[in-house]
Design a protein around this ligand. Structure first.
Ligand code: CMP
Length: 139
């Protein structure tokens, strides 16, 4: 059975430019229920740990520097088949390849500053949710 939750981050570029509200509205309109949310500014070390699967890749240092450059919104979202449905809503990692009407097509400015993160598997949705939220912070 496909999982009921996914994890998302509204990235620093989108928060900085006032796009968190419009992005949250799209998430809501698409039928996702926010079951946990907070605004945090990651330390460089936290960003390195969160993105550890990408360690060693050419974009890693730049990615973690960017992700710790300002506050982000982190959230757990509930929806049937959440991981896959959310990835449809946000579009491809590279905004140039994202479908029209997706969050990244509308709000991303580059592959790195691609406005939102969404988990790529049920396993990572759990790991990423646990990274930021205790059980009592989920509703
Ligand atoms: P995200 O969904 O947050 O997961 C990992 C991030 O790494 C991804 O979105 C992009 O922002 C970034 N990323 C992936 N591939 C590249 C790339 N080729 N160049 C720069 N950044 C990348």
């Amino acid at each position: 059975m496909n999982g009921a939750i996914t994890f998302s981050i509204i990235k620093p570029n989108a928060v900085r430019t006032g796009k968190a509200g419009p992005i949250l509205a799209m998430i809501n309109e698409a039928g996702f229920e926010v079951i946990a949310m907070k605004m945090v500014r990651m330390t460089l070390e936290q960003a390195e740990s969160f993105y550890e699967v990408h360690k060693g890749k050419s974009f890693f240092d730049s990615l973690v520097e960017f992700m710790s450059s300002g506050p982000v919104f982190v959230m757990i979202l509930r929806h049937e088949n959440a991981v896959e449905e959310f990835r449809k809503l946000i579009g491809a990692t590279d905004p140039a390849k994202a479908e029209p009407g997706t969050i990244r097509k509308l709000f991303a400015i580059s592959v790195q500053m691609n406005a939102v993160h969404g988990s790529d598997s049920d396993e990572n949705a759990q790991r990423e949710s646990d990274f930021f939220f205790t059980t009592s912070e989920r509703y």
